[in-house]
Design a protein around this ligand. Structure first.
Ligand code: F6R
Length: 616
């Protein structure tokens, strides 16, 4: 949600800012704008719609040359996605421009105060109040923009990243951060501010994480960070491990296609360095004391969307391998139900972006109850790992397509690693048992690679089914979260009704939905050891088919028992059921992307969605 870029240096700021905004497009937005300061004047351009609209405005009404500028892509919250509501917002004297990500909760009160003082507000946004408040504060603080920002921030409640420039201070960009992402990029004779490192990775890999309630003053040669009272602030510097090409399409039609193809490597990278030659787990990097792990009596996973589905798989792994109770909770529901958590509970917060507000609020609540929080996260320097007691990073690399694919697979791997590690530390499994499971896990990147071979057939299937009104997905055990994930991908990309069910639940209601030709995608667990689970789902497939529905069966190589009941059979490599989501999900991702393409939708940026959901 909302992309922010700020620049001060020697280059043409407009170019740097617009390039940065393009790299943040994936976050989701519906208008865009820029501001530059040149020869004591502030100039802005903004436009509803995609960046191309802003660029054509800049073509017909160019901005003056400048080496300092800010830019914004807006995902509308307060006020529709119009030219007027687009950021930057400017003070009445035309001198201060502000961009913002988040929600200022007390904006109505501040707006009323400004109006009573005779200020004319021209937009419906919460952001505009900040521009006017900064302008009103500047004279009282000798025109010091950073001090004005600190003064204003102390009056704001809610979540905000703010970035401002002032026509009277042509060498400084000021940013502030509470609850919304903001990272500094440190260059040579130039510095950057952005919602995430993707915006400046083409210029520098050196970054600084900003903490909660901090203000940063950015000049060409310096970066000064304070807290909201002007006191010194602790910051963490880090070096980004990937380069600009990782965030480009690299010859694929869409980012999603590229990210699906990258999954074998992402899965393998997430295991790298974490398994010893003896097949034992080495996760000291998590910074979670072994004693703490021995003492926990319950695990609660909190996450949203796709990450929540990874959490559901974690529950199966933890309960099976560690014999510890595990609950999985939608982060947005967690703190509102008075959950029973305390010092004996380990919370696992899973998040690709590390900035999902629902998950942040859930982990804060859990820490207040004395629980330890372990983050599984893909984004270095983001809020969730910073506010957690421990972190295990997934190594998916940048995920640009809004619909999560490779991040999901790496979240699964991280969950397996954590579950095995806890089993190892608590002695729930012998070393050789752990080593055996680890070997199976190490074989998975190659199996993920093999399952990509089903892509053409999934695309053909999508072409055939593109006019279906609805698609259902069924699975049991870990096939259930896979069914939910398959349905979520289809909803968000193809904008159609899709629903995942635990196959055993069909007879308790959803079976009434079945009708002639309705596509039902069935995830079949491994038949190894003639499991009851397998037999049960084969019966469920027969029940579905008996009611005229069209069965698309995803089953492992060599499983002949499903052949008579499958209208369409998709083969996946054999693997233990618990690890199967790593392969069973992949054809569903390809199917959803192909359905979206067949319907003419934007695969990488589905409507109404944002990559990083930074408001509750
Ligand atoms: C779906 C999707 C979302 C995210 C969810 C959580 O494809 O991407 O459901 O999984 O918004 O996001 P993170 O993992 O960034 O916390």
């Amino acid at each position: 949600m909302c992309g922010i870029v700020g620049y001060v240096g020697e280059k043409q700021a407009l170019q740097v800012v617009v390039d940065g905004l393009r790299r943040l497009e994936y976050r989701g937005y519906d208008s865009a704008g820029v501001a530059v300061v040149s020869e004591g004047e502030l100039d802005t351009r903004k436009k509803a719609g995609k960046l191309a609209n802003l660029e054509s405005l800049l073509g017909s009404d160019p901005l003056p040359q400048s080496t300092i500028g800010i830019g914004h892509t807006r995902w509308a919250t307060h006020g529709g996605p119009t030219d007027l509501n687009a950021h930057p917002h400017v003070s009445e004297d035309g001198k201060v421009a502000v961009i913002h990500n988040g929600i200022i909760e007390n904006f109505a009160e501040l707006r009323a105060e400004l109006m009573a003082a005779g200020v004319h507000l021209s937009s419906e946004t919460d952001t505009e109040v900040v521009a006017h408040l900064l302008a009103a504060t500047l004279p009282a603080v000798d025109g010091d923009l950073a001090e004005a920002m600190r003064t204003v921030c102390r009056r704001l409640s809610g979540a905000f990243t703010l970035v401002a420039v002032d026509a009277d201070q042509p060498d400084v960009v000021v940013g502030a951060r509470r609850n919304s992402p903001l990272v500094v990029g440190r260059g040579e004779g130039e510095n950057f501010l952005a919602s995430d490192v993707a915006a400046f990775i083409a210029h520098t890999r050196f970054a600084i994480e900003l903490g909660q309630d901090q203000v940063v003053e950015l000049r060409r040669e310096s970066v000064t960070v304070t807290d909201f009272d002007g006191g010194p602030a602790d910051v963490t510097e880090f070096e980004v491990t990937w380069d600009a090409s990782a965030a480009e399409k690299g010859g694929y039609d869409t980012f999603m296609a590229k990210e699906i193809a990258e999954q074998p490597k992402a899965v393998s990278d997430t295991m790298l360095g974490r398994i010893g030659v003896d097949g034992q787990l080495k996760l000291d990097e998590m910074r979670l004391a072994e004693n703490d792990l021995r003492e926990i009596d319950k695990v609660v996973v909190v996450a949203c969307g796709t990450a929540y589905h990874a959490g559901m798989v974690a529950k199966y792994a933890l309960e099976h391998w560690v014999r510890i109770p595990c609950e999985v909770e939608l982060a947005s529901e967690f703190r509102y139900r008075d959950p029973v958590v305390g010092p004996g509970t380990l919370i696992i917060a899973i998040s690709q972006s590390g900035e999902t507000m629902d998950t942040i609020m859930a982990l804060r609540y859990a820490r207040e109850q004395g629980s330890k929080v372990l983050a599984i996260c893909n984004t270095q320097g983001s809020t969730i790992p910073r506010e957690s007691d421990a972190v295990l990073y997934t190594h998916a690399g940048p995920e640009v397509a809004v619909a999560s694919t490779k991040a999901f697979l790496t979240q699964l791997v991280a969950c397996y690693l954590v579950a095995l590690y806890v089993a190892q530390v608590r002695g729930n499994k012998y070393g050789d048992e752990i080593a055996m499971i680890v070997r199976e896990l190490q074989a998975m990147p190659q199996k993920v690679d093999l399952v990509l071979d089903t892509s053409e057939e999934m695309k053909e299937l999508a072409e055939e089914l593109k006019d279906a009104r609805s698609v259902l997905f069924i699975g049991r055990h870990v096939g259930f979260p896979v069914a939910l994930e398959g349905a979520l991908k289809l909803k968000e990309l193809a904008y159609m009704h899709a629903e995942g069910f635990a196959a055993g639940e069909l007879k308790h209601g959803p079976i009434a939905l079945l009708e002639d030709g309705l596509p039902v995608i069935c995830i079949v667990p491994s038949p190894a050891g003639r499991s009851v689970l397998h037999e049960k789902i084969v019966s469920n497939i027969q029940e579905v088919r008996a009611r005229g529905a069209r069965t698309i069966v995803i089953a492992e190589e060599g499983d002949e028992s499903v052949v008579p009941y499958a209208d369409h059979l998709v083969r996946i490599p054999a693997c233990p059921t618990l690890l199967q989501p790593l392969v069973a999900t992949v054809p569903l991702q390809v199917f959803a992307a192909a359905m979206a393409a067949a319907k003419g939708h934007d695969v990488d940026q589905p409507r109404n969605l944002a990559k990083s959901v930074t408001v509750e």
